[in-house]
Design a protein around this ligand. Sequence first.
Ligand SMILES: NC(=O)c1ccc[n+]([C@@H]2O[C@H](COP(=O)([O-])OP(=O)(O)OC[C@H]3O[C@@H](n4cnc5c(N)ncnc54)[C@H](O)[C@@H]3O)[C@@H](O)[C@H]2O)c1
Length: 329
Amino acid sequence: MSKILITGGTGFIGYHLAKRLVGQEHEVVLADNFFRSERDADLIALLEQPNIKLIEADLTDPALWDALGTGYDYVYHLVGINGTKLFYEIPHEVLRIGVTTTLNALDWFRTKNNQPNAKILYTSSNEAYAGALDAFGKLLIPTPENVPLVIADPYNPRWSYAGQKLIGELLFIHYAKAYGFRMSIVRPHNFYGPREGYLHVIPEIIERIHEQPDPFPIFGADTTRSFCYIDDAVEAIQTVMESDKTDNGTYHIGTHEETLIKNLIENLFTLMNWHPKELDIQNSPEGSVKRRLADVSKIKADIGWEAKIGLEEGLRKTIEWYTAHPHKK
Ligand SMILES: NC(=O)c1ccc[n+]([C@@H]2O[C@H](COP(=O)([O-])OP(=O)(O)OC[C@H]3O[C@@H](n4cnc5c(N)ncnc54)[C@H](O)[C@@H]3O)[C@@H](O)[C@H]2O)c1
């Protein structure tokens, strides 16, 4: 049994990771300030388990880290401001919260956690390298871990998120080297599943299918993404954390199943038993990032992980949850 801290632990990935770890009888502490998550029925049920505890704290305040206790074997540093809309609305906060919580996490971990052989993991993002396409007009597809991290335009608020992830990766790499502790970095690629909120692509399309507009608008119909179901994703994150082969390394987590957005929506129509008479197909503007596909061969080669849940199975489970939990507006 291990003692585990998850920062940003009541969010999408944190909740599912915590549920998995609690089921394995680890002792789990979640730290979050509910900036972007809810104390909903799923979280309340999870918190009823005897081996999990929630500490409400704004992790930008270094003093509040002292309340988290010590002696953690594993620290999953998930806190961050996710959601594209917020990158445009509050880029300064995306940067401040991302950078300060990461500096606080590393300083607390190296000076206060006080647990021999402990490890800390950072969730970066594919956004940290996506700017290479804007800046240089090309990106290897599928994209491996060692491509350059690029901020295409610092004046464009969209790159605030990528900027703090890029700094986060540098901080993790060089703090771990300087102070001699164990760490890994993961870059999630389009995780989806229940309890993701209502603003991401799959929940948003499910909601629109429930509303049945006809003609049905499809935005960015010609773009592709690779979607990774959350149960696979949290298994990958835990496997990276618990292996020592991954120490001081960076890993892409995702699938090699490249899905055209138009086909994703056609799949959802079929699974939800409704099809509009007419589609209003809107392709993405010229020059936008049309393909995004991770090279996930490194995680397989180093620790044998690969995704097991196909898109159709994952979509079924996601539809089931969102149908039972419609968006309250
Ligand atoms: N979901 C994905 O596909 C994906 C893709 C790329 C990167 N990531 C990264 O993985 C991490 C987790 O993502 P997620 O999808 O679970 O996001 P999420 O928004 O659901 O979870 C982040 C959590 O951090 C909390 N938080 C924000 N500011 C805080 C603060 N000052 N103090 C304490 N808690 C605070 C939020 O309330 C939220 O619960 C994030 O860092 C995100 O950038 C996720």
